[in-house]
Design a protein around this ligand. Sequence first.
Ligand SMILES: *Cc1c(COP(=O)(O)O)cnc(C)c1O
Length: 331
Amino acid sequence: MPVPVHEQPRPRPTDAWAARQRLGHRVQHTPLRHSPSLSRRVGAPVHLKLECLQTTGSFKLRGATNALLALDAAARARGVVTVSTGNHGRALAWAARALGVRAVVCMSHLVPQNKRDAIDALGAEIHISGDSQDAAERTVTRLVQEQGLVRIPPFDDARVIAGQATLGLELLEDLPDLQTVLVPLSGGGLLAGVALAIKAAAPTARLVGVSMAHGCAMHASLAAGRPVQVEEVPSLADSLGGGIGLHNRHTFALVQALVDETLLVSEAEIARGIAHAYFQEQLVVEGAGAVGIAALLAGRVAAPGRTAVVVSGANIDMAQHRQIISAATTT
Ligand SMILES: *Cc1c(COP(=O)(O)O)cnc(C)c1O
């Protein structure tokens, strides 16, 4: 059995408040905007949590910054390393630059070039290896051993989950009587954090994870009752790729305990979500950020009541975005 480098206590709702204090103004309290078009479609008030407007273009800045701020001076001096589908790496690179910490980001060949370029521009070192998150993860392990870098995982980490939970605190403030929350789901750091914050204050709120139809490891793991591996395949929702780790420490148990349901959307539905965000909401949204909108448009969520949809990121390749909106005939 591999022994974890450091055991972390299980994240608690109060960790969200501590993270909020620690983060201060390093992350933005993003707008929650009513969507007339989606409200009409669904027959219930729908609000969009515009995390696509967050600094670095995704919510990942919350968890990455919280984890980095929690390190002591000795750990910061060693530098940090992570595996990423792009947005966590970009967030970590941003936070590391702000604090003067060396950052190394390991990615697979599936990570789009625009995301690699943005990380490079922030001064982080980049390693590209293999065709899966798991392959890139092996490079992380090697760099931890060889160079003594400190690992900052993208989701399965108490400090990261607490950082993402600050998004849930903002939702509670801005929509206190919310009934349904749709959250994009991959490794589950975002969903676990948001659920942790929201269920503590509003236990009857329905928490729904949304992912792409092919390659959602958390969905398959929930069905199996334990973490399982699924094949990683290219998707418009590239930020949702990758496994949850067969030795998952936090997110699987939290999602299993706190989340009411998970649902899946097809590639065509994700494209429709991206187009809807653009034509109806004047928003540029990446595939992973559009899955909640896609689920509503597809009629996948019955009687949601007062609904918040987390629009988790903006970082789409703009040539791909142009193709998608050109091909869209109707929204
Ligand atoms: C990372 C990411 C997600 C999924 O977050 P997890 O914590 O891995 O579930 C969703 N949307 C975007 C834009 C992301 O970058």
